[in-house]
Ligand binder design. Sequence first.
Ligand code: NCD
Length: 362
Amino acid sequence: MKSVIDILDLSVEELDGLIKTAMDIANHPDDYAQKCKGKKLATLFFEPSTRTRLSFEAAMYELGGNVIGFSEANSSSASKGESVADTAKVISCYADIIAMRHPKEGAPYVAAINASIPVINAGDGGHHHPTQTLADLLTIYREKGRLGGLTIGLVGDLKYGRTVHSLIAALSRYEGNKFVLVSPNELKVPDYVKKDVGDAAQFIETTDLMEYMDKFDILYMTRIQRERFTDRDEYERLKDSYILTTDKLVPAKKDMCILHPLPRVNEISVKVDDDSRACYFKQALNGKLMRMALIMHLLGHNDGQRFKGTTGEGGHKCHNPSCITSTEQELEHIHKKGQDGVYRCIYCDQPSVGLNSTSNSK
Ligand code: NCD
C-alpha cells in the first residue's frame, strides 16, 4: 500500500503519470465522474486550511466518492488526548483513504504506519506539503512545457514554508534546475532540505529579491509563516521582507511564471494579479486536478499492506518542540544517519542532539 508523506514517496515516473492523468481529467472530466464511486475520503485537519481541504473534498466529489472528516482539532477526540496512532486506526474502519494536516511535524507519518488505508500528508508543521508540490508541478508543466532546465526563485519564509521544502525535493529530480533561495538570514532553508537532494541541483542563496530577477523562469513567492514563530518581535521585524509589486517585475523575463501556494498576506500586490505572468489562481485549480489523480492512484494500489516506516536507532530524544514526539508520549524516538553522515529524527528531520558531534539547528 502506498501513502504519500514526503514527495519522495512518489517516483519521477509516478509524478509524470499523475500529471498526465490530471491533464486528461481537465480535458475529459465526465470520464472520471464515477471513478471513486462508493469510496470515502477522510479529511483530518488539525490545522486551518481553505484550499487544501476544500480541493481534496471537491476532488473526491468530482470522482463520484464521498467525504467525511473534521476541519479543526477541537472538534475531534484529539482534544480529549487521543493519539494520532489511535485516530488513524479508528478512521481506517470508516474510510478508504485519509488526507491529514497537522501542526506537529511527522504526525501524518505516524498516521501512515498505523493506518490500514493510504494516508496523504496535507501539510505537517513547517516540514512537508507534498500535494501542494503536485499543484506546483502541474502548473509549471502547463505553463513552461517542462520540469527541468529551469531557474527557480524561491522567496520569503524558506525556513518554515513547508511548500518550498517539498518543491525543492521534487524539482531536484529533474535535470538542469537551479534554485535561487531568497530569504532573510533568519529564514533560510533548513540544511536537511538541501542535503537530501545530493549534488543534483544547484543552489544560490541571497537576501536580495532583485539580484536575479532577470534570470528567473519561475518566481515562487511565499508568506512569512506567522503561526510558526516563537518570537513575535522577530515576526514583526521580518513580516514585510519581500513585497512583489509591478515595478519590481520590469527586469523579469516576459514569460516568467509567478507562483504562490496561497494564502497571500501582502507579499504580492493585488496589482500583479493583472499581469499575464501571475499564475497563482491557476495553481489552485491545478491542485484539485492533481489531488484527483493522486486519490485514484493510491486507491488503485491498496493491497492492504501497512505503509513501511523508516528504520533507525532508538535511545536518543528528539528536542524539536514542533516534532510529533514532543506531544505523543509513547512514540519511540528514532534517528537515522543521512547521506551527509548527520543523524536526524525520522519524524521531523531535525539533527539529533547527542548523536551528532556538532549539533546544528534548523
Ligand atoms: C500553504 C500551507 O498550508 O503550507 N497553503 C496551502 O496549502 N496552499 C502555504 C501557507 O500557508 O503559507
